[in-house]
Ligand binder design. Sequence first.
Ligand code: MN3
Length: 204
Amino acid sequence: MTFTLPPLPYAENELEPYISAKTLQFHHGKHHQAYIDTLNKLVAEHSLDGQSLEQLIAATYHDETKMAVFNNAAQVWNHNFLWPCMTPKGGGEPGGELAKAIKHDFGSFDKFAEEFEAAAVGQFGSGWAWLVFDAGKLKVIKTPNGVDPVAGGQAALLTIDVWEHAYYLDYQNRRPDFVKAFIEHLINWNFVAENFEKARQSHG
Ligand code: MN3
């Protein structure tokens, strides 16, 4: 079994003007593909065939002899998860149970948005910001490099990639402008709500 690149759930130019087709060509077609190719090579070298991404991430986190496997498996998982977090004409605010939970756990949607923005802008160097469901509560976290909630045993609901390759062609050093555009125009709240529903059901 080898890992393969999932197709984007939209055309490369459909997130414009917030993310250009050129950025997606490189981010999806080159960076994500490269993590997959490297992971397939490493899985064969380490005789780790037949394991899911989640199993590989759990088995190699904090294992210094398999750091490259962890980094690439986590980055494949993170990018597989990232694409459906965005949608053309996204953004706005969620409804239903997710809206209630955000209000309950953050105080208001605006407070959630502020916290998510601060995590994404404030992640020093490469990494990710996330909305997660952890022990029955919504939380915003940030992680460096490839580290993700899967490694920490939390359920991921939403992510933004703040590696420079995610925004540099369109925003150069203006990460805050990219984060703002992501929140206001790109978040796919239907996908986040589906993830929330699954996480709540498995939490019981
Ligand atoms: Mn990336």
